[in-house]
Design a binder for this molecule. Structure first.
Ligand code: TZP
Ligand code: MG
Length: 231
């Protein structure tokens, strides 16, 4: 495998450091993920409401956290993805940005920042995943695969069958997300996911570093993304 390929850079455990779960210090959690051996980390800082003040506050929090997380690249080899803010990703020297339907369009990000910035897209159907890949997304996330309290009640649950449909048709690596933990992570790789994204299963662990290590070891022992690579 080419170790600069998207398949190698978005693979295995995809740990999300979400400010809402980090008791204020998102970078402490990033360091625990890194010490546990995680190679793909996304920073996620959502505003408490849509008000200008809250949006400004989360933008500033993200900028500070992203600078600190990017500085850890001198000590650890990992892929850093910034949720929602392509300009911050570029300014701090992160590897990529993750966007959804309410963010800047994938095409616009690719046109503005060029091909080196990894762009991930949150999809909720086969059509949306294919569309994002055609627009230039380097990978797509798909979920929620299982019920999750992190997204709040009423968030649609997609299941494993739809996950494998997306894997077979997206044409880019698929990151499974939503309700993934010890009891079901093997199932998402069996369905063909290249990576498994997690928030609460890691952030709520008593020992975040040890829990990260558990999932990193598990991921290294299973085949990932096989359906995506199939001819
Ligand atoms: N998108 C779809 S489900 C989800 C997101 C951000 C939440 C994932 O969190 P958890 O705690 O791993 O279920
Ligand atoms: Mg978004």
């Amino acid at each position: 495998m080419n170790f600069n390929s998207i398949e190698s850079r978005i693979s295995g455990l995809y740990a999300i450091a979400d400010a809402g779960y980090c008791g204020g210090n998102i970078v402490d959690v990033v360091e625990k993920y890194l010490k546990g051996g995680c190679k793909v980390i996304q920073l996620r800082v959502k505003p408490r409401s849509d008000s200008i003040e809250h949006r400004k506050d989360s933008y500033e929090k993200m900028f500070i956290a992203a600078c600190k997380a990017a500085s850890l690249k001198s000590q650890y080899d990992f892929t850093l993805i910034i949720n929602d803010y392509p300009d911050i990703a570029v300014k701090v020297g992160a590897d990529g940005v993750h966007v959804g339907e309410n963010d800047a369009p994938v095409v616009a990000i690719k046109m503005k920042y060029g091909g080196d910035l990894i762009v991930g897209y949150s999809s909720h159907s086969v059509e949306e995943a294919r569309h994002a890949a055609c627009d230039g997304a380097d990978y797509v996330a798909f979920g929620a695969i299982f019920p999750t309290k992190t997204k709040g009640p009423g968030h649609p649950v997609q299941g494993l069958k739809r996950l494998s449909e997306v894997v077979r048709s997206a044409g880019v690596p698929v990151v499974a997300i939503g309700g993934i933990g010890r009891r079901n992570i093997g199932d998402v790789f069996e369905a063909g996911a290249s990576a498994a994204a997690m928030i609460s299963a890691l952030a709520e662990a008593d020992d975040i570093e040890a829990e990260t290590r558990y999932f990193v070891d598990l991921c290294s022992s299973v085949d990932r993304g096989a359906l995506h690579r199939a001819p």
